[in-house]
Design a protein around this ligand. Structure first.
Ligand code: ZN
Ligand code: ZN
Length: 223
């Protein structure tokens, strides 16, 4: 195989650049291991996640390995993650945050929905996070509960994050925003405030209680 000197040089440079990256440390706080790979996430505009992690702190999904947030994003969207139009920007936590709240708050929130069912109504759970395009062209990531009876769908309760603000949770009941809130752990990160695990648990429980209260009120007011 003929290889020009120029190619040789660039191959050697690329190798030493690889080595240089590989000597960096894992991004995980407190982890002293060397990084083993970069997160594989590439958003719809082709921007990739630049964080690198050790073997233990990479999250494998299928053939690819991701940082924690992007593993959350890809898992939340499931099959939709193959569609670039569904993927949030690399620095946007929309899909993973919606899914996190759905999972962590599931018992409390579903109870709020279930206690307001009318006779003959049943609940259908969204199996993944959906992405919807709004009238102004921006995207919204959502996951929730659809309520229906023999005649079809009667109501929906959705946990949403909009493209314009990935800290804000919107609780949408039948196309109306019933409540908005910033999760307590995000507020604390923004203000750099640490709390004890007990206080964290209390804040989370209050947060889900707040959302549940609004689900119950909104469903009780249905026509
Ligand atoms: Zn690590
Ligand atoms: Zn990432």
């Amino acid at each position: 195989m003929a290889v020009s000197n120029l190619t040789m040089v660039s191959v050697i440079e690329a190798r030493s650049a690889e080595r240089a990256t590989a000597t960096g440390g894992c991004r995980e706080r407190g982890c002293t291991a060397l990084e083993s790979a970069k997160c594989a996430y590439v958003d719809g505009r082709g921007r990739s996640c630049q964080t690198a992690w050790c073997h233990r702190h990479l999250h494998k999904i299928g053939e690819e390995a991701y940082c924690r947030r992007h593993a959350g994003t890809v898992a939340a969207l499931a099959g939709r993650a193959k569609d670039p139009r569904a993927l949030p920007a690399v620095d946007h936590r929309g899909a993973s945050l919606v899914n996190w709240i759905w999972m962590e708050g599931h018992t409390v929130l579903q109870e709020g929905v279930a206690c307001r069912l009318r006779p003959g109504e049943v609940i259908f759970e969204d199996r993944t996070v959906n992405v919807v395009r709004q009238s102004d062209g921006t995207r919204r990531w959502e996951r929730g509960w659809r309520i229906g009876d023999r005649g079809g769908l009667t109501s929906k309760v959705l946990i949403c994050v909009d493209e314009c603000n990935d800290s804000l949770i919107l609780l949408v009941v039948d196309d109306n925003v019933a409540a908005v809130a910033v999760p307590p752990w995000i507020t604390r990160r923004q203000t750099n405030r640490a709390v004890t695990p007990a206080l964290d648990a209390r804040d989370r429980s209050q947060f889900y209680g707040f959302l549940c209260g609004h689900i119950r009120t909104a469903l009780a007011l249905r026509a």
